[in-house]
Design a protein around this ligand. Sequence first.
Ligand SMILES: *Cc1c(COP(=O)(O)O)cnc(C)c1O
Length: 396
Amino acid sequence: MSAYTDLGLEPIINAAGMSTRVGGPLMHPAAAAAMADAARSCVPLDQLEGAASTVIARLTGAEAGYVTAGAAAGLTLSAAACMAGLDIARMGRLPDATGMPNEIVVCREQRNGYDHALRAAGARLVEVGMNEQVAGAGVRRTETWEIEAAFSEQTVGVAYFATPESQPPLEEVAALCQRRGVKLIVDAAGQLPPARNLTRFVEAGADLVTFSGGKALRGPQSTGILAGRRDLIMSVALQHLDLDEHWSTWDPPANLIDRERLTGFPRHGIGRGFKVAREEIVAVLVAVKSFAAGDYQNDIRRYYAYLRTVGDGLADVPGVEVHMIGAPDEDRFPSLELRMDAARAFEACRRLRRGKPAVYVNEAGLHRGALVLLAPGLDDSALEPLLARLRAVLAG
Ligand SMILES: *Cc1c(COP(=O)(O)O)cnc(C)c1O
């Protein structure tokens, strides 16, 4: 507790789930312990990333992997790798992409705030398709031929933001990319659980897949995992690692960087500003290993029990409908929706944030009158004060 109170801050009750702005989920205890352990000694970061590559490759089925400073940094590094490849002069020029192919095709309906991370590397996004369903002006989604029609000599990749509802089907887009020699970058930041999604996008044919380390994996909030083709991961490593070294003494792990393939020694790349600490790398690897081993299924049951208790405790509040979404044996995190009049929901959210202890709920449902509660930021000690504040605001 004292780390925050020393700074004059009161810890909040985080029922917002994965939201970065309120700190994300509580770190997995084994990851936190690994972090403290790693802080006590040092290893060269290229060797550590080489070891990370082996672990990530094994868990995702990809040829190689890399720990990044979050999934968004994984997108920036992916775009940089697709543009520069192993050309060290290009690496040195980014984000100025003058004179090199730099177009990444993206479906208009998939565009979102995180695609800024692709543009940050110097990529230019080329939008295809319509947004007819959201516009209420049509029945169709984006189709694969529309992506192909946008390809030119300037195309380096396709960016695909994966959700269970994403269109066109990933397999179709992957087949197109393979046929035309275009790289496919998949943003799967929030697509865990289920654990089988660790392998699913690679299996479908993606060249690079980015996951958040600080969402369901419960690693450090500032980490991410990138899985992909060996040459692209080599390019990522070269554009991320601190390379203020002598060529004659530099000895990177061969599984990550093949020195023989370099025509010179790049200086710090575009990713140097997204560094990841050794403690974070070690911790996210512990987190992803325990996730892949199915550890999170205990979390699902615990989260369900928390939310059930909160829901039952609010069942008698007038004008509030309580809806539990998910089940203890389902392969996804449950949520609890408290549905009411939209104006009341906004007001309740404001009051929850301002009282003591402050309670933050997920705000994605406010416009339809839903306070959405998620449990990855909660522990046993949060339950009683959470319910008390909800009752005070909603029934008081
Ligand atoms: C959360 C998220 C990101 C960013 O992940 P970080 O690990 O916080 O960098 C990127 N894309 C999508 C779709 C996300 O949901």
